[in-house]
Design a protein around this ligand. Structure first.
Ligand code: SF4
Length: 273
């Protein structure tokens, strides 16, 4: 709104409502009440009537514009609301400083890639150097291998959501510490709640044990489906573990896991990768 345009209280109410609803959908449960902004003064009027009017017409459970009611369940939200909420959550993660060490060494956060409502979500461990540089998950050597696995399954990467249990790169690509995984858990849970994938595939021990809240080994977790909040979850090796200098012979077992996943998804199972 420029200085010369008329100040429309209805527009302000609509914008405030949209903003508050997006925050609520993203999991933000309260905002500080704060002091009235001097914004209205510079426009020759006050913003207070708009806020008061909006508060007055808001149901009792939401009686204050700045004290948001409990988080909406993502299952109640439209696809578009979930997209908006995911964008708000992405911004929240960008500002996150909960793990002081990671926040001080990261180039940027790596939230995830894909669309809400996809059929399948891969959950990995943490961003590496390439991911930290590009701001996208699984774009390095392990990511190239993951792309091949996806293609072998007859799918496209754009059809899938990909994220990690933590959103910041651990220095030297070390395994995330328990308190880092715990700090980021709320973001991951809300992310998956908004994406609502029909199936999840956890990549590697760290992702699997954190996602499923277990201490079992990967060997014990592979070969069967687990339950993550009602979503069938498969576990397999992390693509980085399959690279030539590590254990490429494990590709065969990953392919067995993928075939089991495809069958459960009701998709054609290619004869061989
Ligand atoms: S890893 Fe997660 S919780 Fe830790 S600083 Fe990054 S975004 Fe925040």
């Amino acid at each position: 709104m420029s200085q010369g345009e008329p100040f429309n209280l209805n527009d302000v109410q609509r914008q405030l409502r949209r903003h508050v609803e997006s925050l609520r959908a993203a999991g933000v449960e309260w905002l500080p009440r704060g002091e009235p902004l001097p914004l209205g003064l510079s426009l020759g009027t006050s913003i207070a009537p708009a806020a008061e009017s909006l508060a007055a017409e808001t149901p009792a459970a939401e009686s204050s514009l700045f004290e948001i009611a409990p988080t909406s369940s993502a299952s109640e939200l439209s696809l578009e609301s979930r997209r908006q909420a995911l964008a708000v959550l992405t911004d929240e993660v960008k500002k996150c400083m909960k793990c002081a060490g990671l926040a001080s060494t990261r180039t940027q956060t790596v939230f995830g890639q894909g669309q809400v409502g996809v059929e399948l979500c891969f959950v990995g461990e943490a961003p590496g150097a390439d991911e930290d540089a590009q701001g996208l998950p699984f774009v390095g050597a392990a990511g190239q291998l993951l792309n091949k696995i996806i293609a072998a399954c007859g799918m496209k990467r754009e059809e899938i959501y990909i994220c990690n249990i933590i959103k910041c790169r651990p220095p030297g690509n070390r395994t995330p510490l328990p308190d880092e995984a715990s700090n980021c858990r709320g973001f991951l849970e809300r992310q998956l709640e908004l994406i609502q994938p029909k199936f999840i595939c956890a990549l590697g021990t760290c992702a699997a044990t954190n996602l499923l809240n277990t201490t079992k080994s990967l060997g014990m977790l592979r070969g069967k489906f687990h339950d993550y909040k009602g979503i069938p979850a498969m576990v397999t090796y992390h693509p980085a573990y399959l690279l030539p200098h590590r254990s490429p012979e494990k590709k065969r077992e990953v392919w067995e896991d993928m075939k089991m996943l495809l069958a459960r998804m009701g998709r054609p199972v290619p004869a061989k990768a």
